[in-house]
Ligand binder design. Sequence first.
Ligand SMILES: Nc1ncnc2c1ncn2[C@@H]1O[C@H](COP(=O)(O)OP(=O)(O)O)[C@@H](O)[C@H]1O
Ligand SMILES: Nc1ccn([C@@H]2O[C@H](COP(=O)(O)O)[C@@H](O)[C@H]2O)c(=O)n1
Length: 206
Amino acid sequence: MLIIGIAGGTGCGKTTVVNQIVDRLPEDEVCIISQDSYYNDLSHLTKEERSKVNFDHPNSIDFDLLISHLKQLRKGESIDKPMYSFVEETRLDETVRTHPKKVIIVEGILVLSNPMLRNLFDIKIFVHADSDERLIRRLQRDIRERGHDLEKVLTRYQTAVKPMHQQFIEPSKEFADIIIPNNHYNKVAVDMVRTIINNKLGKPWD
Ligand SMILES: Nc1ncnc2c1ncn2[C@@H]1O[C@H](COP(=O)(O)OP(=O)(O)O)[C@@H](O)[C@H]1O
Ligand SMILES: Nc1ccn([C@@H]2O[C@H](COP(=O)(O)O)[C@@H](O)[C@H]2O)c(=O)n1
């Protein structure tokens, strides 16, 4: 089994890069785990209270559950992966039965900031895009897909996203084996990661 951790600030393109990496890998060989699925269950709070939570601080993530799930997968056991709603800002009641695969990709803003989690990764990747580029992408995505308005995105960016990025995410770059520049789509870097995966697994999928 090969476990790959992919971090980087919001909007840097983690999800996009992961999708490009797995694009031509057989579905039954790869499993993607998003840190977003492991936001703490906030169903005991009102929607108003939830909207004030700092979702960029490591304390907002249930790292214990994420780490124990990864260890289970590594042992060949299946897990019940939580589901998260960005619109409701809490965990859903449903879970997704997830089976161990040869390649496991774990992506999220803070996955390289937690020492116990990053120790589980065979390859550590940091996706970089400039902050202005990330803010533009985040604005477009959150308004289009996550049910937020312009003011909410900008207020959150100033009060939580930017300070937490500077405190926790940017410093985690030093733990990366590979840094992918992603101000523009980076096919060369994606191809290199795919080659590494293929070499490690000894499978000529490309
Ligand atoms: N290299 C890129 N150039 C332009 N837009 C991009 C690029 N990578 C991703 N995007 C777009 O930016 C937005 C955020 O990308 P996403 O992959 O969701 O980032 P992340 O998972 O890091 O938050 C998406 O709308 C995506 O289509
Ligand atoms: N209810 C929530 C939970 C998280 N966020 C933001 O998501 C960002 C991380 O996800 P990416 O896909 O952008 O990496 C993070 O910056 C949180 O602020 C949110 O807006 N609402």
